[in-house]
Design a protein around this ligand. Structure first.
Ligand code: NAD
Ligand code: TDX
Length: 334
C-alpha cells in the first residue's frame, strides 16, 4: 500500500505519518508539503529516517509537479491534510486560503482520477457547519447544513462541496472527515492550546479573545489519526464522517486548567479584543463513525492534555527551531 500524505509536515499530518508507519510495517508513505510557515521538517525528524517514508517538497496547487509525482509513485490512497489552517490569518489574508484549500484540492482530485487512485480522503473540519449558541443542546451531524463563518471555514466548506461534486460527476472514490479541534505534540503555537503552554512556560501574557466563554470540542490528535485510518480502510466511498471527542470546554476553562497544571498564576490571562465573527460553540454528533466503523477515542481530555504539556516541556528545542524558521519565512504577498 502506498499512501500520499499532503501537508504531512504540519501538525496533524506529521502525527498521521508517524502513526501509520508505526502501525503498518509494509506501507510506504510519501509526504508532499511545500513547507509554509506552518510546516517543518523538525516535526518529521524521526520519521525521515524510516526507509518506508519519502519527503517531497512541493505545492499541491502545482499541477505539473502533482501529475509527475502521481505518475511516478502510483499511489493507492491520497490523504489531503495540506491547507492554510489558521482562522485569524484567514481574516487578515483570505486569498491564499482559497488557493490552497480549494484549488489545491481540485489539482489533487484531477490527478487521482487520471491515475485511478483507489481512495481520495479529504480532511475537513467541524467549522464548516458554523456555530451554535453557548447554551444550545444541538449537535451537528453529517447532514447538517453548511454555514461557515470565516474565510478559512468557507474555503474548507467549498472544498467539501467540490469533493462531493467530483464523486458524483467523475465517480471519484472519495471520503471526507470533519473533525473537531485537535491538540497534541507538534502543533504550532499560533493555536490556542500550544500558545497557552508556551506563554505559560515563558511567563508571558496569554491573550484570550472576548470573554473566553467560547466552546470547542477538544480531541487528542492521535484519536483523529486513528479515525482517519479507519475511514481510509473501511469507510464507504462517497460518505462524510464527523470525528468528535465529546470534550466540550470553554477557552477560559482550558487556560485555567493548563495554568494550574503548570503551577502558574491566573494573572497571566489577558482578555483582548474578540476575533471578528468569532464562532461561539462547536458540537459534533459522531454517532456515525462510532456505529459504522467502531471508532472509540482512546484519550480522555485529561490524559491527552498531560501528554501534550509533557511533550512541550520535553521539546523546548523543537519550539525554538520552528520559531526561528517561522521568523525567517516571508508570508506570501498576494
Ligand atoms: P497545519 O497548519 O499545522 O499544517 C498544514 C500543512 O500543510 C503544513 O505543513 C503546510 O506547510 C502544508 N501546506 C500548506 N499549504 C500547502 C500547499 N499549498 N501545498 C503543500 N503543502 C501545503 O494544519 P493542521 O492543524 O495540521 O491541519 C491539517 C488539516 O486538518 C487541515 O486541512 C485543517 O483544515 C484540518 N483540521 C485541523 C484541525 C485542527 O484542530 N488543527 C481540526 C479540524 C480540521
Ligand atoms: O490566542 C488565542 N486566543 C483565543 O482566545 C487563540 C489563538 C485562540 N483563541 C480562541 C479562539 C477560539 O475560540 O481559542 C479558540 C480556539 O482557537 P484556535 O486554536 O485558533 O482554533 P479554532 O479557531 O477553533 O480552529 C481550529 O479548529 C478547527 C483549527 O485552527 C482549525 O484548523 C480547525 O479546522
Amino acid at each position: 500500500m502506498k499512501i500520499l500524505v499532503t501537508g504531512g509536515a504540519g501538525f496533524i499530518g506529521s502525527n498521521f505519518c508517524r502513526y501509520m508507519l508505526n502501525k503498518y510495517k509494509n506501507y510506504k508513505i510519501v509526504c508532499l508539503d511545500c513547507l509554509t510557515y506552518a510546516g517543518s521538517l523538525e516535526s518529521l525528524k524521526d520519521v525521515l529516517k524510516n526507509k518506508d517514508f519519502k519527503f517531497v517538497k512541493g505545492n499541491i496547487c502545482n499541477k505539473k509537479l502533482v501529475e509527475k509525482l502521481f505518475k511516478k509513485e502510483k499511489f493507492d490512497i491520497v490523504v489531503n491534510f495540506a491547507a492554510e489552517s489558521h482562522v485569524d490569518r484567514s481574516i487578515k489574508k483570505p486569498k491564499i486560503f482559497l488557493q490552497t484549500n480549494i484549488l489545491g484540492t481540485q489539482t489533487l482530485m484531477d490527478a487521482c482520477i487520471k491515475n485511478n487512485v483507489k481512495r481520495f480522503h479529504q480532511i475537513s473540519t467541524d467549522e464548516v457547519y458554523g456555530d451554535m449558541s453557548l447554551t444550545s443542546k444541538e449537535k451537528f451531524s453529517e447532514t447538517s447544513p453548511l454555514k461557515p463563518s470565516n474565510p478559512y471555514s468557507a474555503s474548507k466548506a467549498s472544498a467539501d462541496l467540490l469533493v462531493l461534486s467530483y464523486i458524483k460527476t467523475f465517480n471519484l472514490q472519495a471520503t471526507i472527515s470533519r473533525s473537531s479541534n485537535n491538540f497534541g505534540p507538534y502543533q504550532y503555537t499560533e493555536k490556542l492550546i500550544p500558545k497557552i503552554i508556551e506563554n505559560a512556560i515563558k511567563d508571558k501574557k496569554i491573550p484570550i479573545y472576548g470573554n473566553g466563554k467560547n466552546i470547542r470540542d477538544w480531541q487528542y490528535v492521535l484519536d483523529n489519526c486513528k479515525a482517519i485510518d479507519l475511514i481510509i480502510h473501511f469507510g464507504k466511498t462517497g460518505d462524510i464522517y464527523n470525528i468528535g471527542a465529546n470534550n466540550e470546554k470553554s477557552n477560559i476553562n482550558i487556560v485555567k486548567t493548563i495554568l494550574k497544571k503548570l503551577n502558574k498564576s491566573e494573572d497571566l490571562i489577558e482578555f483582548v479584543e474578540d476575533r471578528k465573527g468569532h464562532d461561539l460553540k462547536y458540537s459534533l454528533d459522531s454517532t456515525k463513525i462510532r456505529n459504522e466503523l467502531g471508532f472509540k477515542p482512546e484519550y480522555s481530555f485529561e490524559k491527552g492534555l498531560t501528554e501534550t504539556i509533557n511533550w512541550y516541556l520535553n521539546n523546548l528545542d523543537w519550539l525554538k527551531k520552528v520559531e526561528k524558521y517561522k521568523q525567517n519565512y516571508i508570508f506570501r504577498r498576494l
